[in-house]
Design a protein around this ligand. Structure first.
Ligand code: XBP
Ligand code: MG
Length: 255
């Protein structure tokens, strides 16, 4: 790419932290139990439900597909909204308890990129307070200010795989897609980033390893650390073993 790399736009769930199965899933189940529902999302069910982005959207889909005769006590939308609000509280409490660490290389890359003057942004489907709670719990309160833009949740009409949240982040950054790189973990996330014109680095996790990542700039097991390198699943790392700012600049220039 001709343009200089000016910003990194991070997905959150599955990318910054491996937080779906042991974080979000647990929080959903706690909210269901508390509401007296006999719904319990085990890992295989949750892996299917992860195809639907957004917690409220996921609950709606579950009811439609698995509990078609369920009659919500109030209107369905209000019922799901309230249930999801409690889910968010449970999730934030899980984060505060230290249950969810960042993935390998994330803390290192964020602090290096911030120090190098790259702008940092988030483009996520999750609820905004989940993002600030994750950053605060793992990197401390001041890390939230490293991010010029935290684009998350219902601020756009269409969630991933639609490109809306990445376009929104680019607008707020005041940058062109060619000046940025996205970091994602899922096929839908890649589709969203690509449709917004962004070159994308993929770090897979157990739930996304089998996804189709055609069109990604590179597909890695994780960001890697100096002593514990990544595995390259697709693309060319040119001898690098972990992702740092120099690696991202080279990758971006080659797009
Ligand atoms: C992943 C999602 C989210 C979370 C749950 O978002 O789809 O819905 O699973 O969060 P991303 P909420 O990978 O874009 O970060 O319940 O707050 O929606
Ligand atoms: Mg994700």
């Amino acid at each position: 790419m001709q343009a200089e790399l000016k910003a990194l736009i991070f997905d959150v769930d599955g990318t910054l932290a491996d937080n779906e199965r042991d974080g979000h899933r647990v929080a959903f189940n706690r909210a269901f139990a508390e509401a007296g529902l006999d719904w319990d999302w085990d890992v295989p069910t949750y892996d299917i439900l992860l195809g639907v982005f957004g917690g409220k959207e996921r609950i709606h889909y579950f009811i439609k597909r698995y509990r078609p005769v369920f009659a919500a006590p109030a209107g369905l939308d209000a019922f799901v909204r309230n249930l999801h609000r409690r889910k968010t509280e449970h999730y934030v409490n899980l984060l505060k308890s230290g249950a969810i660490p960042l993935r390998p290389g994330v803390a290192r890359l964020l602090s290096e990129a911030h120090a190098a003057g790259l702008k940092l942004a988030v483009a996520s489907t999750t609820t905004p307070e989940n993002v600030t709670a994750l950053l605060t719990a793992t990197l401390g309160e001041r890390s939230v200010a490293w991010f010029e833009v935290i684009a998350a949740g219902d601020v756009v009409p269409h969630k991933k795989p639609a490109p809306d949240i990445f376009r929104h982040a680019l607008d707020r950054l005041g940058l062109a897609a060619a000046e940025c790189l996205a970091i994602e973990d899922s096929e839908s996330g890649l589709a969203a980033a690509k449709a917004a014109g962004l070159a994308t680095v993929i770090t897979v996790n157990a739930a996304t390893r089998q996804h189709d990542f055609t069109g990604a700039a590179i597909v890695l097991s994780d960001l890697g650390e100096p002593g514990q390198g990544f595995e390259v699943l697709a693309g060319e790392a040119a001898g690098a073993t972990y992702v740092d700012v120099a690696f991202l600049r080279r990758l971006h220039a080659g797009q």
